[in-house]
Ligand binder design. Structure first.
Ligand code: PMP
Length: 427
């Protein structure tokens, strides 16, 4: 038994130094990676470190905290729910927070995207979308349709089904050969040449294909690459022609990030299945949803038990997470989030533009509340991140990308501090 006094347990040195030896960190070669920064508090767009330093957050915790941290409305909703019922299993039981949320998502999403399957992470919601699409075809007596068309530069999660539809490098397909199913991974049909190759691939594989999966408008973790709405319209036309289910992974793009509530709305394209997570709960609790159109759901509606979707994560529809998501949707209704995104977009474009002339900068691009400075090469993302911390901001470069995805509630001055830090550190 430890002889430490209870108050010692909260001292930063104890939990950090002692705990770090026992935790396995994400996306890190732990032998050589810089240690994480000890955080003790968040508020709005600020992160407070254990040594008292305060950083302006440029990433909103992997794009989740769209209303900033600790928003009182979300906090109160979660506290209220915590007192009543933190969680109850969703098998055989249902509750108001999840059912209201399902109804609200159905109303917000376009067309007949109106059947919501809850899970607890983005990757799992993608697994469910893929499984739904494959079983859609099994239920319709075409069980050979089990492959997907996915795109280079795409990222859909770290579980094996999702990895298999990522860009082969991002999903580390070579390393996990034999474990991952083979899909058709090609270039997005952006121009004449890639569109011709896309159609060729569809013709060749048509009979084996269940669907197409894409991150609409912005491929996030694969390099913050943007594409035009016309690309999505091309995908919809091809999906109709070859009778494929079109899956939009809006885990990053959903809830205003690209300028409209959902990216599919900017392209006026109705996908058959949508995955949502990240900003769904306003960055408070883990929650995801796979939302299907009526024709998808109808393929499962039967007297035959084998036609049911056999899936049900333990924490599915968690009441606290659903309460947070409902509160987050209240904020989208009550506060001018999409106008804020527009203002952030203009500021990002204006304030990052001077980077374009800088040495080593390949491109500067902005879409909604996403600002990207693409470099020719980054020697060490850790070293670059450390320089951002010295400048008072939390920015996490990856690959050859420095990017900002701030909370939509960020103040002008806070945003200027982020863009100023990028100009200073890269300049
Ligand atoms: N799809 C997209 C587009 C994502 O950006 C991510 C996460 N970065 C995922 C899926 C996976 O989500 P999670 O990390 O919650 O499993």
């Amino acid at each position: 038994m430890s002889s430490r006094a209870p108050e010692d347990k909260t001292s930063s040195r104890d939990w950090f130094a002692e705990g770090l030896a026992h935790v396995w960190l994400p996306y890190a070669q732990m032998k050589t990676a810089a240690p994480p920064l000890p955080v003790i508090r968040t508020d709005g767009c600020r992160i407070t470190l254990a040594d008292g330093r305060e950083l302006i957050d440029g990433i909103a915790s992997w794009w989740t905290a769209c209303h900033g941290y600790n928003h009182p409305h979300i906090r109160q909703a979660v506290e209220r729910q915590l007192a009543i019922m933190p969680h109850v299993m969703f098998g055989g039981l249902a509750h108001e927070p999840a059912l209201s949320l399902a109804q609200r998502l159905a109303a917000l999403l376009p067309g007949d995207l109106d059947r919501v399957f809850f899970s607890e992470s983005g990757s799992v919601s993608v697994e469910i979308a893929l499984k739904m699409a494959v079983q859609y075809w099994i239920n319709r007596a075409q069980p050979q349709r089990r492959k997907f068309v996915a795109f280079k530069g795409g990222y859909h999660g770290d579980t094996t089904g999702a990895m298999a539809v990522c860009d082969p490098e991002e999903g580390m397909h070579a390393l996990f050969r034999g474990l991952l199913p083979d899909h058709v991974i090609i270039d997005l049909p952006r121009d004449e040449e890639s569109t011709a190759a896309f159609h060729q691939a569809l013709t060749r594989h048509a009979g084996d294909l269940a669907g197409i999966i894409v991150e609409p408008l912005v491929q996030g973790a694969g390099g913050m690459k943007f594409h035009a709405p016309a690309v999505l319209q091309r995908l919809r036309q091809a999906a109709d022609r070859y009778e494929l289910l079109l899956i939009f992974d809006e885990i990053f793009t959903g809830f205003g990030r690209t300028g409209t509530m959902f990216a599919c709305q900017a392209a006026d394209v109705l996908p058959d299945i949508v995955t949502l997570s990240k900003a769904l709960s306003g960055g408070t609790l883990p929650l995801a949803a796979t939302v299907a159109r009526r024709k998808v759901f109808d393929a499962f509606w039967s007297d035959d038990p084998k036609k049911a979707l056999m899936h049900g994560p333990t924490y599915m529809g968690n009441a606290l997470a659903c309460a947070a998501a409902n509160a987050s949707l209240d904020l989208f209704e009550r506060e001018p989030r999409l106008q804020q995104v527009k203002a952030i977009s203009a500021a990002l474009a204006r304030e990052l533009e001077p980077c374009r002339g800088m040495q080593g900068v390949k491109d500067v691009r902005v879409q909604g509340a996403i600002g990207v400075v693409e470099l020719a090469h980054i020697d060490s993302c850790d070293r670059l991140a450390a320089r951002f911390v010295e400048a008072g901001v939390f920015i996490r470069p990856f690959g050859n990308i420095v990017y900002l995805t701030p909370a939509f509630t960020i103040g002008q001055e806070e945003l200027a501090k982020l863009t100023g830090a990028i100009r200073k550190v890269l300049g």
